[in-house]
Design a protein around this ligand. Structure first.
Ligand code: DX5
Ligand code: ZN
Length: 227
């Protein structure tokens, strides 16, 4: 199974007072997706954005909208995010006792379902759902905040997921989120990551479009090395 590597800028790090400009810049840089972090102040100790922002983004861009739900009872909100225009919706294994139900609900609503694991959660926690997900999101920081340091244990999980995918002929993509930037992009791609979420390393730079281009070049180089 070979997927292209895609960059998913996380708007959590963008300037919300001029979000449209930030989005236009990452689009100019060639980003394929926008990563939207939804936080409820319960599952994670921070509050961010919700359904109306996804609806506005849908009107502003044709990029894939990758919605990362860091909320309790995600099942309750899946229909609203789907209706607002999400393309991919990811739910945390730790956030619901009904992960299979939540993932099926996402698919029923016409979106691509993803399962997320926190740094302390092993890949094995997802073994029963790997056949029904579009993507697995490996958190490489504890969720809740941008700008944190990359936790290296994520690399081993990415390699493990790639091995499992090959052994069982699964078709999920592998996504990584947290502390991703120029220092680790090549290693992440070589390990098997196909969707790279990056907030600070894109939006907290003087040239947002160029930051995306540069990450894409690094990812492309690492992919070529791998082949
Ligand atoms: C953290 C979020 C991430 C975050 C990544 O809870 O899920 O998507 O925005 O930000 P950086 O790239 O700054 O670590
Ligand atoms: Zn995220």
């Amino acid at each position: 199974m070979n997927f292209p590597v895609e960059i998913a800028p996380s708007i959590l790090a963008a300037n919300f007072a001029c979000l449209g400009d930030g989005i236009a810049a990452v689009e100019r840089g060639g980003a394929e997706m926008l990563h939207v972090d939804v936080m409820d102040g319960h599952f994670v100790p921070n509050i961010s954005i919700g359904v109306p922002v996804v609806a506005s983004l849908r009107k502003a861009t044709r990029m894939t909208l990758d919605v990362h739900l860091m909320i309790e009872s995600p099942e309750t909100y899946i229909p609203a995010f789907a209706e607002a225009g999400a393309d991919m919706i990811s739910v945390h294994e730790e956030a619901t006792p009904h992960l299979d139900r939540a993932l099926s609900l996402i698919r029923e609503h016409g979106c691509k379902p993803g399962a997320v694991i926190n740094p302390a959660t092993p890949v094995a926690a997802l073994s029963e759902v790997l056949g029904i997900v579009d993507h697995v999101l490996v958190m490489s920081v504890n969720p809740g905040f941008g700008g944190q340091k990359f936790i290296a244990g994520a690399l081993g999980k990415i390699r493990e997921l790639k091995r499992i995918r090959e052994s069982y002929n699964h078709t999920f993509r592998i996504e990584v989120d947290g502390g991703v930037g120029p220092d680790n992009v090549a290693e992440l791609v070589r390990a098997g990551a196909e969707i790279l979420v990056a907030g600070t390393s894109i939006f907290h730079t003087p040239d947002i479009a160029e930051a995306v281009r540069s990450l894409k070049r690094m990812a492309g180089g690492a992919l070529a090395q791998k082949a």
